[in-house]
Write a protein that binds this ligand. Structure first.
Ligand code: NAI
Length: 249
């Protein structure tokens, strides 16, 4: 196994399950020490931490809700105090509240934007203060193919993911002179608890739009993140990298 992240400190938000867990494990297996984030009210990262250790790495839990600015600042200060630096930030935490536009509730709009967009902004702001001092950093934001294409019934989710792409490009331009890269990943349908719970008919409908004819795996998304935070991608910044089986080209 490639150990090109030995000695690096990585923060992965929303790491208790799904894609975030796979990312944490992939980075740990390459030698990074992981701070696996989860919000207070939800899942613990015990399983993720164990999986990181089984993969030959190290991890610990850091609890904060990404939509809470003060809690995010406190969390990143605690990580910096303990680890002395932050090399890698992966903004993975996300929620989806779906519904048709004309019936969409203010509270669902606000909560989706608060987690998916405000959360990423708070984390990037807090982490970049530490990265700027070290003149090194790798930031990856998990957007979505629907942030590139639009999607009926997902007005808040799509808006948050499109905006996350704009945030990524701006961060990339602003921090490039400090040797900090920022890229977004736009996954298509990935097999997680969320997509496995879908009705067979819905899944069959999805397949029609995916040239490769299958959902992606969380581990495949994690491999892409590993590349974007590793030494071989030093000249890649401000990009949106699709991982979608060809459903958007
Ligand atoms: P998931 O629902 O399994 O995982 C989301 C994680 O975010 C959970 O661990 C949850 O605890 C955490 N989270 C939620 N609210 C939070 C908050 N306020 N603060 C901190 N953590 C919070 O979903 P999945 O599928 O693993 O998605 C991960 C990311 O990938 C999300 O940003 C999602 O939008 C994105 N994505 C997923 C796709 C899929 O097909 N599964 C496709 C495209 C993008």
């Amino acid at each position: 196994m490639n150990k090109d992240l030995v000695g690096q400190i990585a923060v992965v938000t929303g790491a208790a399950r799904g894609i975030g867990q796979a990312i944490a494990v992939a980075l740990a297996s390459r030698g990074a020490k992981i701070f696996a984030n989860t919000p207070v009210t939800q899942l613990s990262c015990t399983e993720t931490i164990q999986a990181c250790r089984n993969a030959g790495g190290d991890a610990e839990e850091i609890v904060f809700d990404v939509s809470d600015s003060a809690a995010v600042d406190g969390g990143f200060e605690a990580i910096a105090a303990k680890a002395g630096k932050i090399d890698i930030l992966v903004n993975n935490a996300g929620i989806s509240r779906d519904g048709l536009l004309i019936r969409f509730k203010d509270e669902d709009w606000k909560r989706t934007l608060a987690v998916n967009l405000d959360g990423a902004f708070y984390c990037v702001r807090a982490a970049s203060k530490v990265m700027i001092k070290a003149r090194y950093g790798r930031i990856v934001n998990i957007a979505s193919v629907v942030g590139q294409m639009g999607n009926a019934g997902q007005v808040a989710y799509v808006s948050s993911k499109s905006a996350l792409i704009g945030l990524t490009k701006t961060v990339a331009r602003e921090l490039a002179s400090r040797n900090i890269t920022a890229n977004a990943i736009a996954p298509g349908f990935i097999e997680t608890d969320m997509t496995l719970a879908l009705d067979e008919k819905v899944r069959a409908e999805h397949m029609k739009g995916i040239p490769l004819g299958r959902y992606g795996q969380a581990a495949e998304v994690a491999s892409l993140v590993s590349f974007l935070v590793g030494p071989d991608s030093a000249y890649i910044t401000g990009q949106v990298v699709g991982i979608n089986g060809g459903m958007y080209m």
